[in-house]
Every structure is written in C-alpha cells, then in structure tokens.
Design a binder for this molecule. Structure first.
Ligand code: ZN
Length: 163
C-alpha cells in the first residue's frame, strides 16, 4: 500500500475549524485539496501528521500556531499614509491589498483601521496565532513526476497551472 512520504502527490478532503469549533475553511464538495508532500505546500503541522498515512486514513489534527500560520507578530502591523494606497476603490477596514515584501515576495495586507490620513495595515496571515483543528480524509496518493519534484508543486487538472 502506498503511504505518504516526501515526493508523494496527495489529495485529501478537509474541514478546518478554530478552537471554538467554528468552520474556517473546507475542501469543496467532491474536490479534494492536492499537494506535494515534503515541499512546504501545506502548513508544517499538517504535513507532519500526514507522513506515513495511506488512502482512506482519517485524521483529526491539532496544529499549534508555530506549526501552522505562525504567531501573530506586532511588527507586521504598519502605519502608512492613505496617499500611498490606491485611490480606487477607497480604502476601508477589512479590505485586502497586495504588497511586496522585503525579498520581493508577494505580501497580503489587510486594512485593520483608518485614522485620518493614516491607514494601519496588518501583514500577518489571517490565521496567524490560531490553533487549527483539521479533520482530514486521505483520498489518493501517487508518486510525483520528475517535473513536479523539480518545481516543488503538483501539475495537472488538480494542481498548479503554468501560463
Ligand atoms: Zn510547475
């Protein structure tokens, strides 16, 4: 029986709940999430829990922030002048913006408050600081292709698309 190890392409259904049991996210009906094991495609705590599991395995996994989306970090909250943000649509609390991090990587920013001419942006992942409760069922496991291993992600209908 094929079990999950580094280089496995895995499809799984999941429901993600917070500590109070509220559903945060889930795989869509009949469409499992597909990822490449061992390449950081999913949060480390979940990747670790799936290692060695086979098709049909059902897991309840509790992932602490340090193995999930990280601790919430004060230094990722920044104040910028409203003039530096796009004029349209007008900035409002809760709006998400795309920025560029110090290494050129894309950064997702959320407007958390607006005070006169300044806007406070939070670059923390929306799930930073949260303990994640995953309910997971493994659907398929296959070996990755050479190309998938080289790219570090899954290709094909259920994976990454190149343009
Ligand atoms: Zn690729």
């Amino acid at each position: 029986m094929t079990t999950i190890s580094t280089g496995s392409v895995v499809a799984f259904d999941y429901t993600l709940r917070d500590g109070a049991g509220a559903v945060i996210d889930s795989s869509e009906d009949g469409t499992p999430l597909t990822y490449l094991q061992g390449h950081g495609n999913i949060v480390p705590g979940l990747e670790k829990a799936l290692e060695g599991k086979a098709v049909g395995a059902h897991l309840n996994v509790v992932v602490k922030p340090e193995e999930g989306y990280g601790e919430w970090r004060e230094e990722l909250v920044m104040k910028v002048a409203r003039a530096r943000l796009p004029k349209s649509p007008a900035p409002k609390v809760g709006m998400e913006l795309q920025g560029v991090g110090p290494g050129g990587e894309p950064m997702h920013l959320r407007i958390i408050s607006i005070e006169g001419d300044s806007v406070n942006l939070d670059a923390n992942h929306p799930l930073a600081g949260q303990t994640l409760h995953f309910d997971v069922t493994v659907r398929t496991v296959r070996a990755a292709t050479e190309e998938e291993l080289a790219h570090g992600h899954v290709h094909g209908d259920d994976g990454h698309h190149h343009h």
